[in-house]
Design a protein around this ligand. Structure first.
Ligand SMILES: Nc1nc2c(ncn2[C@@H]2O[C@H](COP(=O)(O)OP(=O)(O)OP(=O)(O)O)[C@@H](O)[C@H]2O)c(=O)[nH]1
Ligand SMILES: [Mg+2]
Length: 293
């Protein structure tokens, strides 16, 4: 049975409604990849179970490059990173989007402290070829590698750039459907299906917005509603809407947030430099700030 070169799924010519369909079994790509590559069309598939993917990664037990990006980094992502048993490195991709006034070395130390991890962290841009030589050195040393991480974090883009492969990449979620073993000279690298932790949206730009909170107006950032006192700076994907208006709703959760903290958001975070009091419509997770001094 041959596999699609783009997403790793086993090819089949029986059912156009199932994954892996191609009208001719000697085609190299499935219909879904063909449509993604040529028409940038989204064809949704059933989402795979994260734990199954993690179990398979742990069973292979190879050096793991775990990819995330600056806005996606949160406790859920780090918990999954920690659950990978082999030697590993945390790679923060899409560093081309990080505001240039932020110090990456400083952020790296803060991430290690905030999340209590002692693994190495590397900032790269798979798309813009930033810092890829350092990653290549790590790959050369370890030789047998798994690339894992959230969907749309840029795993397949990275492999294509490093090894001149033609894996399917797209702005949509769940592009890669199965483990894909790539052999290049003396290196073996596995691309893997992305993990699904929340709806990942396309990150074109990071929006940085400073707001003065008030008890009279409700600030809405994506699905989070809050009011309170003090100043905050919001770092989110520019697709996330931020509005402030009078609203007659009850906010049930009360928080005092300390100096130099971040409130995690699904696609970003809120920087709190000086202590604030807020009320919110949902539970929030707070960490020691990864960018504050
Ligand atoms: N700005 C920016 N975008 C990137 C970078 N790397 C990848 N992308 C974009 O991120 C999106 C997802 O890339 P993929 O390589 O398909 O991501 P993936 O991790 O393989 O996704 P799955 O196969 O769904 O797990 C695409 O739109 C890429 O162009 C980067 O370094 N910077
Ligand atoms: Mg992929």
């Amino acid at each position: 049975m041959s596999k699609c070169l783009g997403c790793g799924i086993t090819l089949q010519d029986k059912d156009p409604n199932l994954v892996g369909y191609t009208p001719k079994l000697d085609n190299k790509y499935c219909m879904r990849c063909f449509k993604t590559i040529h028409y940038n069309e989204e064809m949704k598939v059933e989402i795979q179970n994260n734990q199954n993917i993690i179990n398979k990664i742990n069973k292979l037990n190879l050096f793991t490059i775990f990819i995330t990006d600056f806005l996606s980094l949160n406790k859920d992502v780090i918990d999954i990173f920690k659950s990978i048993k082999s030697s590993k490195i945390l790679v923060i991709n899409k560093c081309d989007l990080i505001p240039s006034n932020l110090n990456l070395e400083h952020i790296k130390e803060n991430i290690q402290n905030s999340y209590n991890i002692n693994n190495d962290i590397l900032f790269i841009s798979a798309k813009n070829n930033i810092n890829l030589n350092n990653l290549l050195n790590i790959i050369e040393i370890n030789k047998r590698i798994i690339l894992a991480g959230e969907t749309s974090s840029g795993k397949s883009t990275l492999i294509n750039n490093l090894f001149n492969t033609s894996l399917t990449t797209s702005k949509y979620n769940n592009t890669t459907l199965d483990f894909i073993k790539i052999n290049k000279d003396d290196v073996i690298i596995y691309d893997t299906p992305g993990l699904n932790l929340r709806k990942k949206i396309e990150d074109k730009k990071i929006k940085v917005v400073t707001k003065k909170l008030s008890n009279d107006f409700i600030l809405t950032i994506g699905e989070l509603k809050l009011k309170g006192t003090g100043n905050i700076t919001i770092f989110v994907s520019d697709n996330i809407s931020i509005t402030s208006k009078k609203e007659d709703i009850k906010l049930d959760y009360n928080y005092v947030i300390d100096n130099n903290s971040d409130v995690e958001l699904p696609n970003g975070f809120i920087l709190v430099k000086n202590k604030i009091n807020i009320m919110t419509n949902q539970n929030i997770v707070v960490r020691n700030s990864i960018i504050s001094k």
